[in-house]
Design a protein around this ligand. Structure first.
Ligand code: COD
Length: 303
């Protein structure tokens, strides 16, 4: 079943058991507000890793109760990430969340060969948007982790996202392999060739339970009218559930345009780790951070 909005996603998880989230660098007002909302909704409690004085000050300024949380004091970003990851590895928390630290440092902590949380060959980021201008939730990968994925990495990114969509009960998600045009032009625009190959793999059943088309420009992916005008027949048909973008720059601009100029609500998670991982941009709102927690829980399906 296709999810129209985040409300439907939240309905899915309202009966799940509450999870404990380990937050790396929790000294952030939006993070604490988001955790408060998750706690009030019965979804999760948390262990806050980071500067204890800063966490306490922020909580006091914003009237956020802290009694319900354990605080693990830690000074540096690296140490906070390592301690939060360790809390998850030891089973004291079931979800990991990025707080006020750099994405690269957070991801390096997850990827650490000895002490990290790798569970599959490639980890990737998945963003989810509820836009006032689109008729259902729109998923997009990868805006935050894989910088310049090659063909094999794009296949893995697509498969990770499909696994997440299947976990959310989508039977055959419509996937658009995004480029700038819909014509395959291997020499001038190699991303068009990668897109076409992945679409062909899906057509031949090498990637299962998905309708994949590409290359598609974004208007072909999202607008039936654009397809009509261009005379393009596509299984995605201007109604993509998932856009797979060719590189991190495209993904990052996609994400920020939708949130800053498009008034979209957004959630962000990392896929392929041994536990659900919540990863938002530091400037995202408290609601976005709450929705990201909800999305991570829904995908991990702790029903
Ligand atoms: N999945 C699984 N393993 C990976 C991945 C991945 N996505 N990326 C790297 N690895 C493995 C490599 O195979 C290698 O074994 C080890 O990790 C180190 O690989 P490096 O040297 O390429 O990786 P790092 O540690 O230098 O960097 C990995 C990052 C994920 C930190 C890096 O790719 C990165 O900085 N990504 C962008 C993060 C970012 O700035 N986002 C900003 C937008 S919000």
């Amino acid at each position: 079943m296709v999810l129209r909005n985040f409300k439907q996603l939240l309905n899915r998880i309202e009966k799940q058991n509450s999870q404990r989230i380990a937050v790396a660098m929790a000294q952030d007002a939006d993070i604490l507000q988001a955790l408060d909302a998750a706690h009030s909704a019965g979804l999760a409690d948390a262990v806050l890793v980071g500067s204890k004085p800063k966490i306490e000050k922020i909580a006091q300024t914003n009237s956020i109760p802290l009694e319900r949380y354990e605080i693990v004091h830690s000074e540096s970003e690296e140490e906070s990430v390592a301690r939060a990851v360790e809390l998850v590895r030891s089973g004291e928390a079931q979800v990991l969340m990025k707080g006020l630290c750099s994405t690269a440092k957070f991801l390096k902590g997850i990827l650490n060969k000895e002490h990290g949380l790798r569970a599959s060959s490639l980890l990737s980021h998945l963003a989810v948007f509820e836009s006032p201008n689109y008729h259902k939730l729109l998923f997009m990968s990868d805006a935050a982790m894989n910088i310049a994925p090659d063909l094999n990495e794009k296949i893995a990114i697509t498969q990770n996202a499909l696994n997440a969509l299947h976990a959310l009960h989508y039977k055959k998600p419509k996937v658009a392999m995004i480029s700038a045009v819909e014509k395959v032009n291997p020499q001038a625009m190699p991303s068009t060739a990668d897109a076409a190959l992945i679409a062909k793999m899906a057509e031949r059943g090498q990637i299962k339970n998905a309708l994949i088309d590409g290359p598609l420009a974004l208007d072909n992916a999202l607008s039936a009218r654009a397809n009509e005008i261009k005379g393009l027949k596509s299984v995605v048909g201007g109604s993509a559930d998932l856009c797979v973008v060719p590189n991190i720059e495209t993904g990052n601009v996609f994400y920020k345009l939708l949130t800053i100029l498009g008034n979209a609500l957004v959630a962000g998670v990392i896929l392929g780790a041994s536990v659900p991982v919540v990863l938002t941009s530091r400037a995202d709102s408290d609601n976005s951070k709450f929705l990201s927690i909800a999305t991570a829980l829904a995908i991990s399906g702790q029903e």
